[in-house]
Design a binder for this molecule. Structure first.
Ligand SMILES: [Zn+2]
Length: 282
């Protein structure tokens, strides 16, 4: 069993990677939702296409409160187009904004981190989105790079915080090992056109910084974990994944891939997302 699975892996490494980076595999409506609990038994170890971030080290941010304490809202930092690029699998994505949730939306083997950051990337050529997530842990010292945001969090929707000089690279870890899966927006309209990449290395904030955010969302602003419905997470984190899918599952996946991508594209062209809606994602 193990040998034949590895054989398949060798035969079709690209086809295994494509579903997570191309438009997500189409499933029955509502069966490709986010967030999920990323667990060893639903994760497969795989070499993954490298993430090439090209982030501006001195850019302006426009930070807004999209409607606290509404649990579907957040604190969002809008980023100028072109300031944050991500190249993966030969495809270039543009960072539109980043925002925060408390507690974390994705669970890691059942563990809930205090917060999670989402870097939302758009694709100028389609309505697809890619979100890079990072868990946030509590540390003893304040995160100085994020302090200009967290020490002046806009308290209401009418407050705006403009930061003239921000280094986007401070949002990225040194180690880019990740968990990748096809999912959805975690706020309405929950569209299933989102490729998720959760970085394994967490970001640290102090208790004071986390408390400042929690004060705005006393009941939290995280969607509950959704059923994985047979999806697999691909990860290059050594020693995490334990899932060994039946070879038949992959054979079916590979055979159906062409049709599925076509179907997904057709579906997306029918209900494409307007740029204005993209910016409103919390
Ligand atoms: Zn989010």
């Amino acid at each position: 069993m193990k040998k034949s699975f590895l054989g398949l892996l060798r035969l079709a490494p690209l086809a295994l990677i494509v579903p997570l980076l191309a438009p997500p595999v189409a499933q029955a409506a509502g069966e490709g939702q986010s967030p999920i609990d990323i667990r060893p038994e639903n994760s497969v170890f795989s070499a993954l296409p490298p993430l090439q971030f090209n982030f501006n080290s001195d850019t302006a941010l426009n930070v807004v409160n999209t409607g606290s304490p509404d649990p579907e809202k957040s604190l969002r930092a809008n980023v100028s187009s072109g300031a944050g690029k991500l190249m993966v699998s030969g495809h270039e994505w543009d960072l539109a904004q980043f925002h925060f949730h408390t507690p974390a939306e994705h669970l890691l083997n059942g563990v809930v981190a205090p917060m999670e950051m989402h870097l939302v990337f758009s694709d100028p050529s389609s309505s697809n989105l890619l979100v890079v997530g990072r868990w946030i842990n509590e540390s003893n010292s304040a995160n100085t790079a994020l302090d200009p945001i967290f020490s002046h969090l806009p308290q209401t929707t009418s407050d705006t915080l403009n930061i003239d000089h921000f280094n986007l690279n401070t949002l990225l870890p040194a180690n880019l090992e990740s968990f990748r899966y096809p999912g959805s927006l975690t706020t309405p309209p929950f569209s299933e056109n989102v490729s998720w990449i959760n970085l394994a290395q967490p970001l640290d904030l102090s208790k004071g910084q986390i408390d400042a955010f929690r004060a705005l969302f006393p009941e939290g602003n995280a969607r509950e974990v959704q059923d994985v419905h047979g999806r697999f997470v691909q990860t290059d984190v050594p020693g995490f994944a334990t899932a060994v899918p039946e070879p038949e599952t992959y054979a079916m996946l590979l055979a159906g891939l062409g049709l599925i991508i076509l179907a997904t594209r057709r579906q997306h062209s029918m209900r494409s997302i307007m740029p204005a809606a993209l910016v409103s994602i919390a």
